[in-house]
Design a binder for this molecule. Structure first.
Ligand code: FES
Length: 354
């Protein structure tokens, strides 16, 4: 992950989609249309100074690929600095710094494909999946899409109108199952959380899981893990399951050194330029130390969920607190999330140029 390059984009609209979420549309400057072309499921990193502090976050693109529109969905999170700002202060005409789209939670659209895509989604995890659904229905005419969508109650369902429109315009090609955890339904099957029991119940009754060709999981860790486990037990090959964690939650790891953490000399390369730093075992992740000398180092969520801070260890050893976003094979190959990593050898060499 190389250093993120930010472009200044003007906000062309901010539209409330629930009481706690907005759809933000950016105007892409002339000449940058190709750079901001996205694959359905990708995200951008946004950056703004809020309350005197530079804040970065990643937000998924909800607009259809090829629509020429760059839209993101932002749900207000408890204590969320950027999400609160976007939901209360951001307005048309404001300028925000935005990176070009990135991310591997995607669907490759092929008009010749005949597939049945199924997404299991909770809360704001719908944002990248809305782009996938719009794109599949528009550009893969022989394919269909099923969405199993968990929310607290009807008022918290993001993009409800968009999903209703897609359902009405694509009879037989788009199936939508809303599951609400805090609202009763005449059919109890559609009440409750998206846990293992609920998913098994849905897959053995109303959801045509047997014909699925591609699976997408997007939501909090508990939901993604429950769905992974049900699909694995059902014999779905792991390469057919694409997942992304939304709002990993949990507190930041404590900023105290643990026993295996050592003072270390770190050699870090970003954009072909190498810096040396000597760090004490103070519990701060490698990313914090790198940012002190190389502020262009990429990062976004700081919670292990987005992989924006990915780097390759070329010498030495580190330990990660959490990893919600790297594949096992990537970790085995020496990739790390620098926001979660601490040195456990005297010297560590790493590069962000991967
Ligand atoms: S910044 Fe998101 S995983 Fe490290």
């Amino acid at each position: 992950m190389q250093a993120a390059e930010f472009h200044k984009l003007t906000v062309s609209s901010v539209e409330a989609i629930t009481e706690e979420s907005v759809r933000v549309t950016f105007k892409v400057p002339d000449g940058l249309e190709a750079a901001f072309t996205h694959v359905p499921g990708q995200h951008v990193i946004v950056r703004a100074t809020i309350g005197g502090e530079m804040v970065r976050r990643s937000y998924s693109i909800c607009s259809r690929a090829g629509s020429g529109s760059l839209q993101v969905g932002i749900k207000r999170l408890p204590g969320g600095v950027f999400s609160s700002f976007a939901n209360t202060e951001l307005k048309k005409g404001d300028v925000i710094e935005v990176t070009r789209p990135t991310g591997e939670f995607t669907v490759a659209i092929d008009p010749g494909n005949r597939r049945h895509h199924i997404a299991i989604v909770a809360g704001s995890g719908i944002t990248p999946v809305l782009s996938m659904i719009e794109s599949v229905l528009a550009d893969e005419p022989e394919s269909r899409f099923t969405l199993v969508f968990g929310n607290k109650d009807g008022r918290s369902v993001m993009f409800l109108d968009d999903l209703g429109r897609l359902k009405n315009h694509n009879p037989g090609r788009f199936a939508l199952f809303n599951i609400l955890s805090r609202e009763s339904n005449a059919m109890p099957m559609f009440e409750g959380r998206l846990d293992e029991d609920k998913l098994v119940q849905l897959f053995t009754t109303v959801v045509d899981a047997a014909s699925a060709t591609d699976w997408y999981l997007c939501g909090p860790a508990g939901m993604v893990e429950a769905a992974r486990s049900v699909l694995a037990r059902g014999g779905v090959p792991p390469e057919k399951v694409n997942d992304e964690l939304f709002y990993a939650g949990g507190d930041a790891p404590p900023r105290v050194a643990v026993d295996d953490e050592v003072g270390s000399t770190i050699k870090v390369t970003i954009g072909g330029r190498t810096s040396n730093l000597v760090i004490d075992p103070d519990g701060a992740p490698i990313l914090d130390h790198v940012l002190a000398v190389r502020p262009e180092a990429p990062f976004s969520c700081r919670s292990g969920a987005c992989a924006s801070c990915r780097a390759q260890v070329t010498e030495g050893e580190v330990r990660m607190d959490k990893n919600w976003s790297l594949e096992r094979s990537e970790v085995a190959a020496g990739q790390i999330l620098t926001c979660q990593s601490h040195p456990v050898s005297d010297t560590v060499e790493l590069t962000y140029d991967v």
